[in-house]
Design a protein around this ligand. Sequence first.
Ligand SMILES: [Zn+2]
Length: 229
Amino acid sequence: MKNCNTTELNGKPLKEDLARRLGVPVLIANDANCFALAETHLGAVRQHHPDAKVVFGIIMGTGVGAGIVINGQILNGHHGIAGEWGHNVLLPDGPECYCGKRGCVETLISGPALEAWYEAKAKRHLSLARIAAATAHDHVARLTLDRLHLLFGQALANVVNILDPDVIVIGGGVGNVQSLYRAGRETLLPFLFNPRFATPMIAPALGDSAGVFGAALLARGTFREAQLS
Ligand SMILES: [Zn+2]
């Protein structure tokens, strides 16, 4: 294991330990990769954009991650870190991240990061859902959402400039903030290397089960290939 936010697992052979304990072959994959694969083959992408060749599947919740699916297959990358936009540095002087850097996207626009920012200014704790619902009468809530929109747009523009996906699926608790689809989208354009931003941004269709379906798809594909060879 590496780069895991459950940092106790890093450097440990979790897959081998599980396989030995369970007595069956085990496959381990990043939850965002599983999410992206499931939404591509079984969920929102299949429903709304079945011809999409490049899918960027985001999970924004307690952490920020994503999976990249190209022509129906997960892109793992040379180091296995493809899609890890949550650890792109946005503010070099920003909050410390468990990964050892400062100001990673995840330290700024994950649910806990936004709730902590609100709490530091408003001197009370609210869930992000309640912050998002309070913007009409709560000035700090408004500022928190403005911060989310701006940093989301900037962070996602960095991705689109490189990957230019055919569709973006936005999952996770922060992804439930509906203004991401409007105000969040609009803040992307000033950072984009293009005069317009036309990429569809869609909500997931599989709910909290997407990761499980994706893991099953990965296992089916991998173990079927092993049987055939
Ligand atoms: Zn980080």
